[in-house]
Design a protein around this ligand. Sequence first.
Ligand code: ITT
Length: 166
Amino acid sequence: MQIAVGSTNPVKVNAVIACFGEAVEGISVPSGVREQPWGDEETIVGAKQRAKAAMEQAKATIGIGLEGGVQLIDDRLYLCNWGALVDEGGMEIVAGGARLPLPDEIKEKMVKGEELGPVISAFANRSEVNKKEGAIGIFTNGAITRTNMYKQIVELLLGQYHFYTR
Ligand SMILES: O=P(O)(O)OP(=O)(O)OP(=O)(O)OC[C@H]1O[C@@H](n2cnc3c(O)ncnc32)[C@H](O)[C@@H]1O
């Protein structure tokens, strides 16, 4: 079984390797949504499109897409992450990740159209936070990293996949 992940971001590829082992290939594919998805719907679409594109491009058995977004709830900005798993038989599974509110100073920049990655890196004075502990790592003081969070999403995907294909 060959697993393709629709990203080369190490936090995403490593989360999938942690669940599936080494038969995992990370490939750069378009998400088909904005660079900065807003809200559950757009973030889910991005995850699904990454999963399908990765499976097709790599001619893999299973494709996995992981997408990071933000969402406004009651005037607060939250992290919003989704994953999708597709297989060559047409099965499609979706799962979501942990939520966390972001400080208002980050919200102010995001609503003006900035992207979360550079905004968090400037806030934390640390380069490429999106490829390291992630915003969730910064705001949990390292208790949950972006890789941990995506690993749980991949476990939710794989567990459901086993249930529906049993
Ligand atoms: O290489 P890809 O797979 O595109 O990974 P990415 O981290 O750049 O891209 P995403 O599509 O997952 O996220 C959309 C934007 O939100 C940023 N982002 C999402 N979650 C983040 C997090 O936990 N920490 C920092 N930036 C994050 C990310 O850097 C992008 O600017």
